[in-house]
Write a protein that binds this ligand. Structure first.
Ligand code: CTP
Ligand code: MG
Length: 221
């Protein structure tokens, strides 16, 4: 079984507000991206890695991979203007004989091998996609124009993380359709009628969005 990892790192990082794309923001003295490249490369579950780089940053990504001796990184391609388009660009590098594709946000540096193992498991039982999730502990309300419309039953709600795993052909079909409004890959597979399973996520897979997130993740390194 060949498992390809797509590492999407092409975002600008506007909310972080650094002087460079978020993937190259400093995390413990290295570019943020280094953490997930290294962890994917070290994982026995992963055979090859494609990085969607911020446009113009493909070469720095390759140099970083060389520096990390991350020999599974086979390509760095320029990402698109949305996350889904960046996934599409990276997926174009995956050969036809790939069996499974795992998609991970570079913005979630603290990738644990146990999570990779958990998301791959249900694929052998026929799942069309697998998503790591966390339950929500706050009370969740739907609000319009500053007024609460409803308090939503949080027992049914989870927060979705990455890495998300898919049979390669299922992901290819999902990404060939309308990408409008998709903030993760699983939602495209769901839209196409696929059955997406959930597994336990990891609080340390926090997505770095703001400066405070970066500092928190740095303290966990
Ligand atoms: N991403 C991407 N291509 C895009 C947009 C996002 O590859 N056009 C990636 C980001 O690099 C990140 C992940 O998708 O690893 C999640 O996106 P997000 O956290 O929103 O990152 P940014 O878009 O960079 O941040 P912001 O929205 O604050 O600009
Ligand atoms: Mg974004």
């Amino acid at each position: 079984m060949s498992v390809w990892a797509l590492l999407v790192a092409a975002g600008a990082g506007e909310r972080l507000g650094a002087d460079r794309p978020k993937a190259f923001a400093n995390l413990g003295g290295r570019p943020l991206l280094a953490e997930s490249i290294e962890r994917l490369d070290r994982s026995d579950w992963i055979d090859a890695i494609v990085v969607a780089a911020p446009p113009g940053w493909e070469e720095p990504v390759i140099l970083l991979a060389e520096e990390l001796i991350a020999s599974k990184v086979v390509a760095a391609v320029p990402g698109g203007s949305t996350r889904a388009e960046s996934v599409q660009a990276a997926l174009a590098e995956v050969p036809a004989d790939a069996v499974v594709v795992l998609v991970h946000d570079a913005a979630r540096p603290l990738l644990d091998d146990a999570v990779i193992e958990r998301v791959l498991g249900p694929l052998t039982e026929g799942a069309d996609g697998v998503v790591p999730v966390l339950g929500v502990s706050d009370t969740i309300k739907r609000v319009r124009d500053g007024v609460v419309e409803a308090t939503v039953d949080r027992g049914e709600l989870v927060a979705a993380q990455t890495p998300q795993a898919f049979p390669a052909d299922t992901l290819r079909r999902a990404l060939a359709g309308d990408l409008e409004g998709a903030t993760d890959c699983a939602s495209l597979v769901e839209r196409a009628g696929g059955r997406v399973r959930v597994v336990e996520g990891d609080p340390r897979l926090l997505k770095v969005t703001t400066r405070a997130d970066l500092e928190l993740v740095e303290s966990w390194l």
